[in-house]
Design a protein around this ligand. Structure first.
Ligand SMILES: [Fe+2]
Length: 433
């Protein structure tokens, strides 16, 4: 148990309180789940969580992954005026309930005893000023920009294209300077907020592909703008459809298939000269190489090469992410699926490029070795000797500080979807060159 499990259950409890009365089972189980996570995490000691400039700290320890994964929750806490939360063991259920209700805006009174807000035991200097130029912060900034873009599209306002351009420029700089770190960053997944993470991942993968193609920076940025905004039309699709667990019915599919057209229209209405190509990518990202697909019934020509490239990145990231209706695939299985569709659904040249870029064991892949230990790949392209981090030993012990190892490819038994073994490869970003 760790900070993450506390935040997961806190978020569930806060969301449940916003929807249901206090005695509803969802609220009760959310509060009790948070209490259990807290007690497991804290044991007998006290715990303070502090927010500085959007970064979360547990005592003096930065929690970079949680800062990103829970950016919505943390922004909500800041919005409610909460900058620190101090938990004193043993946390009492009524104090916790009061804290969650206050953070959800459902109670005017902050908690006072075993949970307390805004005590500020650490100054920003104690914590070290956050490095706002890090790849992780750039990723979060791109995600924020995309959220604003989708809000704009939903409200029929103009998309902030200048902000989106800055966001892709900053991602391009990471891709050029630290290509392995960029690919590792693109393995960030979240079941909640799928569209945001997915779109930023597709932008990073597209930028990495553009570098492998030797594209000039202006073309790369235009491509990445289209990749980042490819799904913005979903803001005009009924939100219920986006997280439907089962298969969509015919009417629901018809609604869902509107998103490329809606996205392209919104981008065109906001685009400065030179940015129109982003609309082409949004319009064509579900058009297939064989001229079928949607939104049109028959295409006179193949999709633009930018669209073909983004389609391949879109499907690769989608397949490697867990969704409500299916499990995540390992990177290799996702590449096999793409290879099967090469020539029909996908441009074979783009599939080849992606396969050669990410390789058999891509950066961020979780590998099970013959002794049942788990490693995360940290360098691309792969050779017979794989640079990796040991995250779980043969005896099943999770390492809090993973050890760099060189793995002989012959020792690899299987590639595993990261979420099945509960590993977030992007946590190890600071350990990758
Ligand atoms: Fe889409």
């Amino acid at each position: 148990m760790n900070t993450r499990s506390v935040l997961v259950s806190f978020r569930q409890a806060k969301n449940a309180m916003g929807l249901y009365p206090q005695e509803h089972p969802a609220v009760v189980s959310g509060v009790l789940g948070t209490l259990k996570a807290l007690r497991d995490t804290m044991a007998e000691s006290d715990m303070t969580l502090t927010l500085v400039q959007g970064h979360l700290y547990r005592e003096r320890e930065p929690q970079p992954h949680e800062s990103l994964e829970f950016s919505d929750l943390l922004a909500g806490l800041r919005g409610a005026g909460i900058e620190t939360v101090t938990f004193t063991a043993p946390v009492q259920v009524n104090d916790l309930r009061q804290a969650i209700a206050f953070s959800a805006g459902l109670s005017p009174d902050p908690p006072e005893q075993s949970v307390r807000f805004n005590e500020h035991p650490y100054s920003p200097e104690d914590l070290g000023i956050a490095d706002d130029d890090s790849p992780r912060v750039r990723y979060a900034a791109a995600m924020d920009t995309l959220k604003k873009a989708m809000l704009s599209v939903g409200h029929d306002d103009r998309i902030p294209m200048a902000d989106a351009t800055v966001a892709v420029e900053r991602l391009l700089e990471v891709t050029v300077a630290q290509p392995a770190a960029a690919l590792l960053l693109a393995t960030l997944k979240s079941h909640d907020g799928y569209t945001f993470y997915h779109s930023v991942n597709v932008a990073i993968l597209s930028l990495a592909m553009s570098q492998n193609l030797g594209m000039d920076p202006e073309a790369s940025k235009t491509l990445a703008l289209g990749a980042l905004l490819h799904d913005v039309g979903k803001a005009r699709v009924d939100a219920k459809l986006l997280n439907t667990a089962g298969r969509l019915g015919p009417d629901e599919w018809a609604e869902m298939r509107r998103h490329p057209q809606e996205g392209a229209t919104a981008i065109l209405a906001s685009a400065a000269p030179g940015q129109e190509f982003a609309a082409v990518v949004a319009f064509e990202h579900h058009a297939r190489y064989d001229r079928t697909g949607y939104p049109l019934l028959g295409y006179a020509r193949r999709p633009h090469p930018f669209s073909r490239l983004v389609t391949v990145c879109d499907v690769y990231d989608a397949l490697t992410t867990r969704r409500s209706y299916r499990r995540a695939e390992s990177p290799t299985r996702a590449l096999l699926t793409l290879a099967k569709g090469a020539g029909t659904e996908f441009d074979p040249a783009m599939v080849d490029l992606l396969v050669s870029m990410v390789g058999v064991h891509p950066v961020g892949a979780v590998l099970e070795l013959e002794d049942q230990s788990l490693v995360v790949v940290t360098a691309a392209p792969n050779t017979e000797r794989i640079e990796a981090l040991l995250v779980q030993t043969a005896s099943g012990e999770r390492l809090t500080t993973p050890e760099p190892v060189i793995v002989d490819e012959k020792r690899v038994v299987e590639q595993l979807p990261a979420d099945i073994v509960d590993v977030q490869p992007s946590e190890f970003l600071d350990l990758v060159g």
